[in-house]
Design a protein around this ligand. Structure first.
Ligand SMILES: Nc1ncnc2c1ncn2[C@@H]1O[C@H](COP(=O)(O)OP(=O)(O)OP(=O)(O)O)[C@@H](O)[C@H]1O
Ligand SMILES: Nc1nc2c(c(=O)[nH]1)N=C(CO)CN2
Length: 174
């Protein structure tokens, strides 16, 4: 089993419901085991700023899938949730990104790990530090917690809801 970290975001439609559905779809897949889910954060849009606020979270999972197979699974979930992408960095119902995968570095046309923009994004690092405080950023020797401490711009990211995810699953299954 390999360990991977994902970032999930939504800023269109019922944002919380879409995040939950994405996690549920991943959890139902036999090659993926979800280990940890961060709180939900409400975040100011980065890049294209004239768009609605996002909800963002991070998850830690174990998987037998290769990085490319995991990416295909994420694309499937995005399609299932009728991801609409109106413009680059613009509003979307759901966005799933691979941040880290088992300490490896990958640079291909379709997949880059670590995610190339993760270190600049407080909306990624703050949730990620909840689920991966002791993990080491690939190629370096500092932990993600230290990476976060060194990141100066933590503005525009507010905790929105702490969810007891076990409870949330138990309710949706009953
Ligand atoms: N680590 C990664 N996780 C997810 N997709 C990736 C990754 N590296 C490269 N990609 C590629 O990026 C493509 C475009 O992704 P997407 O449309 O979600 O970008 P974006 O969310 O608008 O911007 P950003 O990449 O800055 O988050 C995907 O189809 C995928 O092939
Ligand atoms: N706050 C926030 N801003 C963004 C986000 C996101 O998930 N949250 N995703 C983007 C493209 O991946 C661009 N900008």
């Amino acid at each position: 089993m390999k360990t991977a970290y994902l970032s999930i975001g939504s800023n269109m439609g019922d944002r919380e419901e879409l995040l939950k559905k994405a996690i549920q779809s991943l959890a139902e897949y036999h090659d993926i085991e979800i280990e940890k889910i961060s709180s939900i954060y409400e975040t100011d849009p980065v890049g294209v700023t004239d768009q609605p606020l996002f909800l963002n979270l991070a998850i830690k999972l174990k998987t037998t899938l290769s990085p490319h197979a995991l990416l295909s699974k994420l694309h499937e979930v995005e399609e299932e949730l009728e991801r609409k992408r109106i413009r680059k960095w613009g509003p979307r119902t759901i966005d799933l990104d691979i941040l880290l995968y088992n300490g490896v570095s990958i640079q291909t046309e379709v997949l880059e790990i670590p995610h190339p923009r993760m270190l600049e994004r407080a909306f990624v690092l703050i949730p990620l530090s909840e689920v991966a405080p002791d993990d080491i950023y690939p190629g370096g020797s500092i932990s993600l917690h230290q990476v976060l401490c060194e990141q100066r711009d933590k503005e525009g990211v507010r905790i929105w809801k702490k969810i007891d995810w076990e409870d949330a699953y138990a309710r949706s299954e009953s």
